[in-house]
Structure formats: C-alpha cells, structure tokens
Write a protein that binds this ligand. Structure first.
Ligand code: SF4
Length: 193
C-alpha cells in the first residue's frame, strides 16, 4: 500500500479498504460504535417529515424520564420493520437530524395579522380558535350555491388549504375529505389525493 492509498483509506472511513489491504475487517467495530451511541436510548417510531412516501423512522433519545434532564435526540435511522421503506431512507430523509436539531426551527404557531408585516407568537388554543372563527366567517360570506350558468356548485371560495410535505397519503385523503365537505375548491397538498 502506498502512502497515498493509506490516506485515501483513512479519509473514506477505512473500513472497506482496510479489510482488503490489512487483512482484518473493521466493519463490526464501526457497527459497535453506532450501538454504543444508542445503547441507553429510547426508541420512538416516527415518520419522515419530507415527502408523501412517508418512510418510517426510529428516533433515538437519551435523557428521558429522569428528573432535571433534557431529552436529547442522538440518532435517526430507517425503520427495518416498515413495509414502506424496509429500513432505508433517501439522502433527504437520512439528513433529518439536521432538521430536528435546527436552531431556527419554528416550534410554536405564529400569526401575521392582516396589514402587518410582522409574524408574532400565538398560543395553540388561541390559534385554533381564531382559525375556526375565520373559516366559519368565510363560509358564511363566501359560499356560492350556484354558478353563473345556474348550476348547483355549493362551493366556498373564501379559503383554500395548502398542506405540508409531512402529509402522508392517508392524512391527505382525510384532509381532502374534510375540506371538500366544507366546500373548499382550492385544495393542494403533497399527497395529491
Ligand atoms: S426518506 Fe426520502 S422518500 Fe422517504 S419519506 Fe423521506 S424524503 Fe420521502
């Protein structure tokens, strides 16, 4: 092995090249490293937040259930028991740790009032109450029973719904049913149900 080959092997993590070149297999040692990281962790099954495929994941947290200890997310990987992804994740899903631990991630609802350029925090209960109020008002004011040709349409032109990437096919189905029941015609989400 040349000096250049040696550094290449080191940079690549070493496992595969070292196994062929030095005569021993480092893969069990690397697997053991991962096991050490999650050995005391709790497993939480969850779903990838990025697209409608809805790949299943296992999130590993340490620090739960102990007094004065903040739970810490240490690892996320594909769920091998999932019929959707069988333990695999695409590169985007495999980077979910970056999203989960992002410093600028919004954890609470925010609202931008009509005419304002500022987003402000709002409590969940208040946000849901206001949302329900706006939807009811919109239905009362903007429901169209018949179109210009006199055809019965029973649609609400006052609000729309835009779903997020986290909506799975099943949630997309329920969302579509719910908003169509409200007469909503402007409906879009990633599952495209
Ligand atoms: S892992 Fe990739 S394919 Fe699977 S849900 Fe996430 S983004 Fe979609």
């Amino acid at each position: 092995m040349t000096r250049r080959d040696f550094f290449k092997a080191s940079a690549a993590g070493g496992a595969a090249v070292a196994w062929g070149s030095f005569g021993f297999d480092l893969r069990p040692a690397y697997a053991e490293t991962t096991q050490l990281k999650i050995s005391r962790a709790n497993e939480v099954r969850t779903v990838c937040p990025y697209c409608a495929v809805g790949c299943s994941m296992i999130a590993y947290r340490i620090g739960d259930n102990a007094l004065n200890v903040k739970p810490t997310l240490v690892h996320i990987e594909g769920d091998p028991d999932s019929p959707v992804n069988g333990g695999t994740l695409c590169p985007k899903g495999a980077s979910t740790m970056q999203l989960a631990l992002a410093q600028n991630r919004e954890l609470r609802p925010r609202v931008r009032r009509a005419g304002s350029t500022e987003w402000v925090d709002i409590e969940w209960d208040k946000a849901l109450d206001e949302l329900a109020r706006h939807m009811k008002d919109s239905r009362d004011k903007k429901t169209v029973l018949k179109d210009a040709a006199g055809l019965e349409v029973n649609r609400n032109e006052g609000f729309g719904f835009v779903g997020g990437a986290t909506i799975t096919s099943e949630e997309g189905y329920l969302t579509a049913k719910f908003f169509r029941a409200l007469g909503c015609v402007y409906l879009e989400q990633q599952a495209r149900v």
